[in-house]
Design a protein around this ligand. Structure first.
Ligand SMILES: *[C@@H]1O[C@H](CO)[C@@H](O)[C@H](O)[C@H]1NC(C)=O
Ligand SMILES: *[C@@H]1O[C@H](CO)[C@@H](O)[C@H](O)[C@H]1NC(C)=O
Ligand SMILES: *[C@@H]1O[C@H](CO)[C@@H](O)[C@H](O)[C@H]1NC(C)=O
Ligand SMILES: *[C@@H]1O[C@H](CO)[C@@H](O)[C@H](O)[C@H]1NC(C)=O
Ligand SMILES: *[C@@H]1O[C@H](CO)[C@@H](O)[C@H](O)[C@H]1NC(C)=O
Ligand SMILES: *[C@@H]1O[C@H](CO)[C@@H](O)[C@H](O)[C@H]1NC(C)=O
Length: 665
């Protein structure tokens, strides 16, 4: 009996360890695994050693010996008794006995089984306790945050190793990157790094030119260069938005990252998603020798280079939509400041992430796991553990974001040429859905809501694409936990925002959090502009196999006015027809993949056909593309000419004929 119990416990433990380390690092498994392990070892200890229980078999052997000597035959008879001992139970196959951990008489196999399970247990311990014993206290790093046309924010961490040191002054030396010659370094701002602020600080570098390449290094207060960074860090200022030339650039968006998940032994500092991203952004071109006389090979190479080099615009930044750290997965270490800061240091220590942040500006928002699972702030910063979480998030990520419209806020907006972004804070102000009625709930809080509406009004006719960024999904189609931890319960605020967004051309929502990808279309009532949400995650974390959590469309419908072209004698007329469509419908759903990000390539150079091309990468491979063709936006100064005087009635008629006045001017 006990033999089977041991086998069952061991098998349960092995499956549980696999799930915990490779599939889902859940708190339930974290708590269950030690219990199962202890039970397994106890039952193994209590199992009697089967080799002592034997049975004997007695065989009689008759031996006859014949000897022939000189014609006579001599016969000799002999009898022997053979006693053999057999184990009571049949010996199981050694492979099966290791696979199903069936304790048997063979000591070696029992030890192998115990060793396997103990190693698995140590792996789980390593994964859970890694942040505590590799606390990255010494990590030195610098990265570029917000980039403006004329300035940039830089984050520096440079701890001083001397005992009792409390302050370190680090100076930034910077210069324009020139192809011709290296100019002298300009002496930039000094950062006052203090032990109290975990040796990290943010400085702003001003007086820069738009669309220009710069580089910087770090020096001590006397301007003597420091060993890190070994190579200058390069960045590229954003274009001047006042010059109406259209834009062509890429950016990357994702969320959710934890080092070394799915777990691989001895890779505690790896965040594989960032390794894949670095390979994708800056592929190591295989250094094939150029064969001057092999025409085939050379024109093939040229063709590829022409396609890639010419057409792929620069990737200018990454938007990270939260769950940058998992303060409480797989284990919560407490609500003190150090417990939070440690997780950030750990990410910046990761060689995988270093490859990316030393070359690409990153802009952040937070989500619940920077604070605690499903955090609801209710606009009260005293709600624990917000204060500690907020301190670490500010130091490492938020201080280098774009300046917020309100002092102290985490929401912000920025522009890249004629493309505008608003990044929301969906944690600090959201109300508790268990209190109050639906209409009184808020996700953003009054101030942020006003800021967002103001921004929508401002960018409406001054930006071609408008990206609205939310850490949690805007769509209500995700089920399970997302039914409460998304915009879903905030229907009133969501509907009112949607109504405004539908009056604005080319709005795209970006979100994350679900560890799945989806592109969702929001259809507008009447003639409003429909919009698309793209939700991408995880950057480097679990996804849940087998369970499908996204509904294909909403039950709610809207009556949309669609334009239908009809051929008539002498031409084509555009007619408007009304049709009933789901309010929200899924364009694409990709749950699979531990490492996902979306790349947007924005091209507004042809103002009549601005496009946003989305490429979804999953586990390092392209898996989906979506081309969003925007509507032309007249981003020149407000119309003062003829159009203003075209009576609305006439304008409607012209619209119906497909002759829009704004196409004339
Ligand atoms: C400096 O650190 C040493 C130990 O590293 C300690 O003995 C000494 O008291 C400290 N001095 C001050 C001023 O804190
Ligand atoms: C550096 O910061 C600390 C703490 O904020 C402050 O006490 C100190 O005076 C600062 N040092 C300089 C040189 O600004
Ligand atoms: C072409 O390649 C061959 C060997 O592959 C070499 O012997 C020859 O010199 C090359 N010709 C030219 C023009 O480079
Ligand atoms: C190389 O160029 C030649 C002539 O332009 C063409 O016939 C040939 O197909 C090309 N080879 C490849 C591999 O593209
Ligand atoms: C904010 O939260 C703290 C701690 O939970 C509580 O003591 C305080 O009363 C709250 N303040 C308001 C205005 O709700
Ligand atoms: C955006 O502009 C259009 C007209 O160009 C207007 O109808 C709409 O109300 C505006 N929306 C917002 C939010 O300003």
């Amino acid at each position: 009996m006990l033999v089977f119990l041991t086998a069952i416990l061991s098998t349960v433990f092995r499956i549980g360890s696999y799930l915990f380390l490779r599939v889902l690092p859940s708190a339930i498994l974290r708590k269950a695994l030690p219990v199962v392990y202890v039970l397994y070892v106890s039952s193994l200890y209590l199992t009697p050693t089967p080799s002592t229980e034997t049975t004997t078999s007695v065989t009689r052997l008759e031996k006859t010996r014949v000897r022939i000597t000189n014609g006579s035959v001599e016969e000799e008879k002999e009898e022997e008794t053979i006693v053999r001992e057999y184990p009571l139970e049949a010996r199981p196959d050694p492979v099966l006995s290791v696979l199903f951990s069936i304790p048997g008489p063979a000591r070696l196999l029992n030890i192998a089984n115990l060793a396997i399970n103990t190693v698995l247990f140590l792996f789980a311990l390593d994964f859970v306790l890694y942040p505590a014993y590799d606390d990255a206290a010494d990590v030195v790093f610098t990265r570029v945050g917000a980039v403006y046309p004329d300035s940039a924010k830089l984050v520096v961490r440079y701890p001083l190793n001397e005992a009792n040191a409390t302050e370190n002054h680090v100076r930034v030396l910077w210069r324009q990157v020139s192809a011709l010659e290296n100019s002298a370094w300009h002496v930039g701002p000094v950062l006052n790094l203090t032990a109290a602020d975990d040796w990290v600080s943010t400085a702003s570098l001003g007086g820069l030119w738009p669309s220009t390449n710069y580089e910087y290094i770090l020096a001590d207060a006397e301007a003597t260069p420091l060993p890190y960074p070994a190579e200058p860090i390069k960045f590229h200022t954003f274009p001047d938005p006042r010059i109406p030339t259209g834009s062509h650039f890429r950016f990357v968006v994702s969320s959710c990252a934890t080092p070394n998940f799915p777990y691989v032994p001895f890779h505690g500092r790896r965040i594989k998603g960032f390794d894949l991203l670095a390979d994708y952004l800056w592929p190591q071109v295989p250094s094939a020798p150029i064969q001057a006389n092999a025409t085939d090979a050379s024109n093939a190479t040229e063709a590829t280079l022409a396609m890639k080099g010419d057409e792929v615009p620069p990737t200018e930044f990454m938007l990270f939509l939260g769950d940058f750290i998992y303060a409480d997965v797989p284990m919560y270490f407490g609500d003190d400041v150090e417990s939070y800061r440690r997780f950030y240091r750990r990410n910046y220590q990761s060689p995988s992430m270093r490859k990316v942040y030393e070359r690409l500006p990153m802009f952040h928002t937070y989500d619940d796991h920077e604070i605690i699972n499903n955090y609801v702030g209710q606009g009260n910063d005293s709600t624990p553990p917000f204060k500690s979480a907020d301190n670490a998030f500010r130091l490492y990520n938020a201080n280098a974001n774009f300046d917020p419209p309100e002092h102290d806020a985490h929401y912000y907006d920025f522009r890249y040429g004629d493309v505008a972004f608003f990044v929301m804070d969906t944690r600090r102000y959201r109300s508790d859905i268990r209190e109050g009625d639906e209409a009184s709930r808020t996700m953003l809080g009054d101030q942020q809501l006003t800021a967002l509406r103001d921004w929508l009004g401002r960018v409406n006719n001054t930006a071609t694409f408008k990206f609205i960024v939310s850490s949690v999904p805007f769509t209500a189609l995700w089920t399970y936990e997302a039914e409460t931890d998304s915009w879903n319960p905030y229907t009133h605020e969501k509907d009112s925002l949607l109504a405004t967004m539908h009056t604005v051309k080319n709005v795209i929502l970006l979100s994350g959090d679900r560890h799945e990808f989806a592109a969702v279309k929001f259809n507008a009532e009447g003639a409003g502009h429909s919009l698309i949400e793209v939700s991408t995650s995880p950057m480097s974390m679990f996804w849940v196999p087998l369970v499908r959590t996204l509904r294909p469309r909403s039950e709610r419908t809207v009556r949309r006015l669609a334009e239908v072209q009809r051929e008539v004698e002498g031409g084509v007329v555009v007619e408007e027809v009304e049709e009933e469509v789901p309010q929200e419908e899924v364009l694409k759903y990709v749950p699979e993949g531990n490492y996902k990000w979306s790349t947007f390539e924005i091209d507004t150079r042809d103002m009549e056909h601005p496009t946003a091309r989305l490429e979804l990468m999953s586990d390092g491979l392209p898996v989906y593309e979506l081309e969003i063709v925007g509507k032309p936006v007249d981003i020149r100064p407000p119309a003062t000419g003829v159009e203003a005087f075209v009576p609305t009635g006439l304008k409607g008629v012209l619209d119906k004929l497909g002759l829009r006045p704004n196409r004339w001017f």
